[in-house]
Design a protein around this ligand. Sequence first.
Ligand SMILES: [Zn+2]
Length: 376
Amino acid sequence: MTALAYVSRAGACGLHSAGWLVLPSGGAISRLPIVDADTKLFARLSCVAADAWARGKGWRLPSVEEYDGLHSAALFIAPCTMPTMAQLAAAGVAANNVKAVDAFRNANMRSLAWCQEHDAAVWDRLKARGWCEESVSNAGKHWANGGAIYGWWRADGSKIQNPSNAHKGSQHTDYATTFHVWRPAEPGDKVEPPKVEPWTHIQARNFTPAERKAVDLVVLHSTENPIRRGVARNVAQWFAGASAPQASSHYVVGPDAVYRCVEERSVAWAAPGANRQGIQIEQVGQAAKTQWNREGEGPEDGLPVLRRSAELVRGICERWSIPVEPLNAADLLAGKRGITTHAAVSAAWKKSTHVDPGCGGDVRWPWELYLSLVRG
Ligand SMILES: [Zn+2]
């Protein structure tokens, strides 16, 4: 197989932009997948074959970390193809068995005929659901499907996250059939460092998509978990997963990392009364136990979480011109703008009994310390 460096139908779909993203590390990732020069198809390879093909050119498949850079500058496209449900059923492969699905895919993806049949089947579904060709990019097919085979997948078949319904409503699934490649930077490449966001996005399942133009409140919560590394990710994955609660948060902050689960313009479900006008911050910790001003790595040492939370909230206050001022229940009822807690929201609107992130209201929430950290 030979491949063009690159072509795309980016203009037709408006979601994807073309070119190479040149990283400060000296490599470049194709914003859209590689294309077969002979068939004009995006490369139809198994993961193993794609890896070998790229290496033969002195390129390679990007790492998950490099994809993160691509994602923030372009659009994340999963690095491997998933077969259709019908193909799996015909082959007797259980749709919920990732290993078996991956083996099936790798066994079949080498065949152009299989891929064309596969594309036709997917395309039939798209047309049956009323998609028009112009709205569909070859780089990531949009597959309306309530089934189990969707989401973002790593090259090893492990799942990264459920699909976002950000661009096409709740039936939306990005469906990638292709591979991006990484190559060394070439002379003349303009270094274009990806905008590194201090969070990883794991899309929550339950939220209200919106295009908010204004936000009045930052609402602080605690997840009610002992503090340790990995908990923030677990919470974000819980919001995203099949057993997701009827709740979500814009961000989940842990001692080790920050996850974004809902884009700021959309509405997360976390603090009844203050959802529509608020940005919700879940902080790993327990309202009745966490010592939010205490340094350390113990399960109740909250300062590492507090610091990350404050840094995140500084950016939010800047982006939305929210005053760095603490708001109690009376302030909320008076319609003031600023930073508040779930406890204050509960007290103001009596729509929940939650008292997080501090014990019995704001007693143990160190406002002074927190605001000084937010102000930097
Ligand atoms: Zn809460």
